[in-house]
Design a protein around this ligand. Structure first.
Ligand SMILES: [Zn+2]
Length: 244
């Protein structure tokens, strides 16, 4: 796949609607920052996210972040959540933080519980957990977000086969423009429907080969979906595939 040279960060901007994908490497980390007008939103706080936004934003801008969207609880999408929440506290953030995540995601709820337990006497801000079970528009001031279920799996030893993981994609809508992020997913109808006509689609192509497309998408599948948006990025491509 030598024609697929992806160099992070990936950036896209239409007027004052902006997205920066710091990275999206399977089993390592994903980290995404979206901004609309003067507001910032975190999507999938994987490992290194705090370091990356610290380079990108002023302290005041980081402390104004009030909304975190998480596609699912796998470590490469939430590895930086603890440090982000702790940094907010160390820097005495005042405004509440909303975490939007798929209902039933035990990793995210466990991190929250542990964090609340460790810092119970001294958390400077409130954390609001928002488990999502339905595809309903969430209005957050200037931006609207449509979550949608996608089809992601993980291997479970006990079950002896892949089992579904609570997983979401998100469509971010601002000023007549939309960015659709599919999270991690196998080919699924909800993603197909939400990507169509988006101004930007971010589609994973995490399958290791063309046979293995039960848990992730092949590059062909991801491209066929991505092409229905006005522009698209393929992400989450295994590094060994890019290097081959
Ligand atoms: Zn995953």
């Amino acid at each position: 796949m030598s024609d697929l040279k992806i160099k992070y960060p990936l950036m896209w901007q239409k007027d004052d609607f902006f997205i920066k994908i710091f990275c999206s490497i399977p089993n390592i980390a994903t980290g995404i920052l979206i901004s609309a007008k003067d507001k910032y939103f975190i999507v999938d706080p994987g490992d290194g996210l705090l370091r990356d936004i610290n380079k990108e934003l002023k302290l005041e801008q980081i402390l104004n972040i009030s909304n975190i969207f998480i596609s699912h609880g796998h470590h490469d999408h939430i590895g930086g959540l603890w440090s982000l929440l702790t940094y907010f506290n160390v820097m005495k953030k005042k405004e509440d933080v909303n975490i939007f995540y798929p209902k039933g995601s035990r990793e995210i709820e466990s991190i929250y519980k542990a964090f609340a337990q460790v810092y119970k006497r001294e958390i400077s801000y409130k954390i609001q957990l928002n488990p999502i079970d339905k595809s309903e528009i969430i209005d957050i001031g200037i931006i609207s977000v449509l979550p949608f279920k996608v089809n992601h799996m993980e291997h479970e030893k006990k079950a002896g086969k892949p089992v579904p993981v609570p997983s979401l994609g998100f469509k971010f809508i601002y000023s007549g423009k939309s960015i659709c992020y599919g999270g991690d997913t196998a080919y699924c109808e909800t993603l197909v429907q939400n990507v169509v006509n988006s101004d930007l689609a971010i589609v994973e192509a995490g399958a290791l080969d063309d046979e293995n497309c039960e848990m992730h998408m092949t590059i062909k599948q991801a491209q066929s979906i991505g092409k229905t948006a006005k522009e698209h990025f393929l992400v989450h491509i295994p590094e060994r595939k890019l290097n081959s």
